[in-house]
Design a binder for this molecule. Structure first.
Ligand code: F6R
Length: 578
């Protein structure tokens, strides 16, 4: 789960101004170390964020061809030597890689037998030495085709030979695309890396490779040459900046009224035909399964809740356990919910279930992502780029997409008031949340309880408390508490109850129980002492309001404790490994 970039251009470009700029746009994919190499053989790598590396690069350093990498460690600790690029012992071949080579130990042993020495603990060094050995007798293309046969695992790789302007790129499972500019080509893990320069893109499919020069590219697969034409990507060109906000997380919470409005408009215009087609697919399905991870799973629980209430058989299943906990056949409709569209757990299920021939609908924020391209139909949630690792505005927009589908299927939901209500929730509660955050900042455990629509929200709020504030939090069904977890409730433990008119009775009874055991009870609802919600929110509007307050709470707790909010430890935005 890393970000890779390769640029080759007719004219020399600034390493800092071009290569590192493109890499920075992928930093959300991993940020524990970074590095670059140029065709002249100049390279550097360092532990820490890309800023650390960037501060050491001479602003005058130029090249025509270079590669760069931002890492999220999987094989080998976070050290300078394990950072990419990697190279052979003569430093003639430089390589960056995203993914995991599962049989690297076996390949490494074979290479060691033939005299190769390894200086890192990474699986990537196996790729570079493998290609190096093959290229003694083969062309780079033949060496890559041989790698396709011998390697097991996931990979997107870009490499060059010192002194040459050609970049070689190939992939299986991990994402890779090519941006085409005038006199310049950019290879990258995703389109954001070059969205400031071009909209013309070619996507790699599995087992494809490309030879890329500044003015040309040629794709191949295992059968021979491919004629791949670029597609035009429509994507916002606005630069992504924090503006007046201290962190991207806060900015992304505050921009939700605009993001929500943008999606609602598109669901009624450019995306309305797809919404209708998808609602037909729902009506024709025997069962509906939502497939997702993390925050997207919480949104999926709401999708399953809405469809179940409309009388459809619908379940949400976490991707890594999908096949163990669901029945799939060709009458099943699978919603693959993934804001990045690149989550490997989701992609690998989509591949594994292909032979059952289910229909697939993607709900994604990234158009042209792998999940989108694997689906029969899709909804784009149009939240704009989300930089903070924690999902906020993409969660809200995923809910809005689900609400629109439920509306078309007969649920009496109106989306019209949502943007204004979000605005009101934020403006009325920001200060109130800060106050509660101060009180809760030193707690070790927090419990969040919900029922009906607020159960998934309780899980979502708890996830953010763990992820951003590093507080152990449990988000659960209010009714399940008494079946065990209540044993952990002791005097002074904070319990947050998510109360809406539709769940009041059950919620209040659970909260009375924990109060009786000495818990400090806080509520998000109309009679809350801590927060002020707009009057008469329906269930769906409430779910968004409660989420925003919960997200703000985890944000301000983290801020009080000086935590790295946009890039929490051990995490990356796009989890492209299993
Ligand atoms: C939490 C978070 C993650 C993601 C999960 C799935 O704030 O962002 O739990 O929701 O990794 O990511 P996508 O939606 O890209 O598949």
């Amino acid at each position: 789960m890393c970000g890779i970039v390769g640029i080759t251009a007719e004219k020399p470009f600034s390493v800092k101004g071009e290569l590192i700029l493109a890499l920075k746009k992928l930093e959300y994919r991993g940020y524990d170390s970074a590095g670059f190499a140029t065709t002249e053989g100049v390279y550097d790598k360092e532990v820490g964020s890309i800023d650390v590396l960037e501060s050491r690069i001479n602003p005058k350093l130029k090249t025509t061809t270079g590669i760069a990498h931002t890492r999220w460690a999987t094989h080998g600790g976070v050290t300078r030597v394990n950072a990419h690029p990697h190279f052979d012992s003569e430093k003639g071949l430089f390589i960056v890689h995203n993914g995991i080579i599962e049989n690297y130990a076996q390949l490494k042993a074979q290479l060691e037998e033939r005299g190769y020495k390894f200086i890192t603990k990474t699986d990537t060094e196996v790729i570079v030495n493998y290609l190096h050995e093959k290229m003694k007798t083969m062309s780079p293309r033949q060496a890559i085709l041989s790698f396709f046969k011998d390697a097991k695992g996931t990979y997107a790789v870009v490499f060059f030979r010192k002194g040459e302007k050609t970049l070689y790129a190939f992939k299986k499972d991990s994402p890779l695309c090519l941006g085409i500019c005038d006199g310049e080509m950019i290879l990258a893990s995703d389109i954001y890396a070059f969205s400031h320069k071009t909209t013309r893109t070619v996507f790699f499919e599995d087992y494809e490779l490309a030879e890329v020069t500044p003015n040309n590219y040629q794709f191949y697969n295992r059968s021979g040459k491919l004629d791949k034409k670029p597609v035009e990507i429509e994507w916002e060109r606005e630069p992504v900046m924090k503006r007046r906000f201290k962190h991207f997380m806060l900015k992304e919470i505050y921009e939700q009224p605009v993001a929500a409005q943008r999606l609602i408009r598109s669901l009624r215009t450019t995306q309305s035909h797809r919404v209708k087609q998808i609602s037909k697919m729902i009506k024709g399905a025997k069962r509906i399964l939502f497939l997702a991870c993390g925050t997207s799973y919480h949104a999926s629980l709401i999708g399953a809740y809405l469809l179940s209430r409309l009388g459809y058989e619908a379940h949400a299943v976490i991707a890594s356990e999908f096949e163990n906990f669901s029945v799939i056949d060709n009458k099943t409709l699978v919603f693959a919910v993934s804001q990045s569209g690149e989550t490997m757990d989701v992609i690998s299920v989509l591949k594994d279930i292909k032979h059952y021939k289910p229909k697939i609908v993607a709900i994604v924020n990234y158009p042209y992502s792998t999940v989108h391209r694997m689906a029969d139909n899709y909804i784009e949630i149009m939240a704009g780029q989300e930089i903070c690792v924690a999902a906020t505005k993409t969660f809200t927009n995923t809910l809005i997409a689900m609400y629109e589908l439920a509306r078309v299927l007969g649920n009496h939901i109106s989306l019209d008031r949502i943007p204004a209500k979000i605005k009101e929730v934020i403006s009325k509660n920001d200060l109130r949340v800060r106050k509660l955050a101060k009180k809760l900042s030193n707690n070790k455990d927090i419990f969040v309880l919900g029922h009906r629509i607020s159960y998934p929200i309780a899980r979502e709020v708890a996830l953010k408390l763990k992820e951003i504030s590093y507080i152990h939090a449990e988000g659960m069904m209010a009714g399940e508490l008494k079946h065990g977890t209540i044993a952990l409730v002791e005097p002074g433990v904070p319990v947050i109850g998510l109360i809406h008119e539709t769940n009041r009775e059950r919620m209040e009874s659970a909260l009375q129980e924990v109060e009786a055991h000495g818990a400090d009870v806080y509520t998000i609802g109309n009679s809350s002492k801590q927060f002020e919600l707009p009057k008469r929110l329906n269930e769906e509007e409430y779910s968004i309001a409660a989420t925003i307050i919960g997200h703000l709470l985890s944000y301000y707790i983290a801020r009080n404790n000086n935590l790295p909010i946009d890039k929490p430890r051990n995490l990356a935005k796009s989890v492209t490994v299993k």
